[in-house]
Design a binder for this molecule. Structure first.
Ligand code: SF4
Length: 374
């Protein structure tokens, strides 16, 4: 089982909180799509496994037109063995999702939409500099639901100025619309973003840690009461709607990352492409892969395993640690988990350790404490 990730590095405008790789000039979009196809061809033998998931991320993949999308699919199907029931997700922004575009996507192999709603409130969308408005957020979902069954939306909590009542209203809107999968992230202030500058200049008030915690608790309670499984720290799905792409990533399955800034993983090493559209294009045009590679040590792999697994419903199995990394790491894990078990932040079911409801908000901090430092 393996996956392909395609990075579409273009956006209409820069969201104030975003530190992903993208360009707001779409002049070279078609040329870049051709390069993505060349990279797919150059790397066709890298993953000798059937492809079970394809994920178009970005950037904004919903900026692709039908010819560009068709060219990418043609290339993938020509060079890779794609499973008949592969999950094929495309990230889309509400302002791109006219009925015409949704119909075009429905006619393509895409079978899952991940829509970047973020909030249904105009003030939140303005503050984040999203390209869509609240009306478009609602109307895109109503139309998308007529054509797609498997829909996920992104919602952000911890937006400056957003009250808990507004956060509840956002979740209620998603529930009313009967969306089967929600990914929800805290708004983090990344270095060198407009949001960081606004906070430094006092134009935007930073959000208190307590508010993040309260809104996270509201999110977990509301969605789990409404039939969603909280299957990963930021992901909630109704039965049958968990993201196969994300699950494969958390379970350490290999994937090929295509496009500027895309990351790949083959089970033992990580590679990442250059985060520059022009240099990426130049390299691919001359038949080179603009990549860096990092071979993961056993300690790196153990730390990654603990970090990703503790965020998921699967938890960390000490049998797995013993088998994959050895006795030394198993003993370290067992020694360090004691305090979290005593504090009720973790629980042990047979040989598998999970974060409890009380510890969920602290998942990443707990995982970091369980890391092995060489
Ligand atoms: S649309 Fe997505 S990738 Fe583009 S700037 Fe906004 S958050 Fe970043």
């Amino acid at each position: 089982m393996a996956g392909i990730y395609i990075h579409i590095p273009f956006c209409k405008q820069a969201c104030h909180y975003c530190d992903f790789h993208f360009s707001t000039s779409t002049k070279k979009k078609t040329e870049l799509v051709e390069m993505l196809c060349r990279e797919l061809e150059l790397r066709k033998d890298e993953i000798g496994q059937q492809i079970k998931t394809i994920y178009f991320g970005g950037g904004t993949p919903s900026l692709l037109n039908s010819e560009e999308l068709e060219l990418i699919f043609k290339t993938i199907f020509k060079h890779f063995n794609v499973s008949e029931n592969a999950e094929i997700t495309l990230e889309a922004n509400p302002d791109d999702l006219s009925e015409e575009v949704i119909k075009m996507l429905d006619a393509s192999p895409v079978n899952r939409l991940s829509i970047g709603v973020q909030s249904f409130f105009e003030a939140d969308l303005k503050l984040m500099n999203r390209a869509h408005n609240s009306e478009e957020a609602l109307s895109s979902l109503k139309i998308a639901k007529q054509y797609f069954d498997n829909i996920s939306i992104d919602l952000i909590y911890g937006i400056p100025g957003q009250s808990n009542e507004q956060w509840i209203e956002n979740l209620d809107k998603a529930l009313e619309l009967d969306i089967p999968h929600i990914s929800s992230y805290a708004l983090t202030v990344e270095p060198k973003t407009a949001l960081e500058k606004f906070i430094e200049k006092g134009k935007v008030k930073p959000v208190e840690d307590e508010t993040y915690r309260e809104q996270f608790d509201i999110l977990v309670n509301k969605l789990t009461k409404n039939g969603f499984e909280h299957y990963e720290f930021s992901n909630y799905g109704k039965p049958g709607y968990h993201s196969q792409n994300n699950m494969a990533y958390w379970l350490g399955k290999p994937y090929l990352g295509i496009g500027p800034s895309a990351h790949s993983y083959d089970g033992t090493s990580r590679r990442w492409n250059i985060s520059n559209n022009m240099l990426y294009t130049k390299a691919i045009e001359s038949g080179n892969l603009p990549q860096q590679t990092e071979k993961l040590s056993i300690t790196d792999s153990y730390n990654e395993y603990v970090m990703t697994r503790l965020r998921t419903k699967f938890g960390v199995s000490t049998d797995d640690i013993q088998q994959k990394f050895g006795e030394k790491y198993r003993n370290h894990f067992l020694k360090e988990t004691g305090k979290f078990l005593d504090d009720g932040l973790m629980e042990k079911i047979e040989n598998t350790f999970h974060i409890t409801a009380k510890g969920k908000f602290l998942s990443d901090g707990i995982a970091a404490d369980l890391f092995y430092i060489d």
